[in-house]
Design a protein around this ligand. Structure first.
Ligand SMILES: [Zn+2]
Length: 161
């Protein structure tokens, strides 16, 4: 599979809408487009199910049939976490607080601070804002929201404090 074949968020939204999900954009935080499409295909294989079940699966990270890939899913999550943990060591900038606000609480007054990684706990990256001390955890299934053009502007970890 080449990068060109990677599904985009638009593909995921379209797939969800086709299956009767009303607010597909809300689910983009819960998994990568590929995972969301996997959940859609899992849902397609069921009989007499409602869109609510598909939403439930995606919100809970149950993209794949538990019987089929349960064992490897744990390994996949661990590998994914390790990759992100390496990219976002303790002390590095996860993202600007402002960017997190735009995604989750667009109505809030913008904070100029940055979400600094303070811990790697379980399969989550925990970050705290250096301006307002707001704390957020990025679980492994939501880590795709990290990583993006802002990284080029962020200071290297040793200059953070
Ligand atoms: Zn803040």
């Amino acid at each position: 599979m080449t990068d060109d074949d990677e599904p985009t968020p638009i593909d995921a939204v379209r797939a969800l809408r086709t299956r009767g999900v009303n607010d597909p954009d809300d689910l983009l935080e819960c998994g990568s487009p590929a995972e969301i499409l996997a959940a859609c295909h899992r849902w397609d294989r069921q009989q007499n199910v409602k869109p609510g079940l598909l939403v439930h699966w995606i919100r809970n990270g149950q993209f794949h049939d538990p019987g089929v890939v349960h064992a490897s899913k744990t390994a996949v999550h661990q590998a994914r976490f390790d990759e992100y943990a390496q990219r976002f060591p303790v002390g590095s900038v996860a993202e600007p607080h402002d960017r997190l606000q735009q995604r989750r609480w667009p109505e809030d007054e913008r904070c100029p601070g940055r979400m600094i990684v303070v811990d790697h706990a379980g399969l989550s990256i925990v970050a705290e804002c250096d301006a307002c001390q707001f704390e957020a955890a990025y679980p492994v299934r939501a880590m795709h929201v990290l990583g993006g053009p802002y990284l080029r502007e962020a200071q290297p970890p040793e200059e953070v404090f």
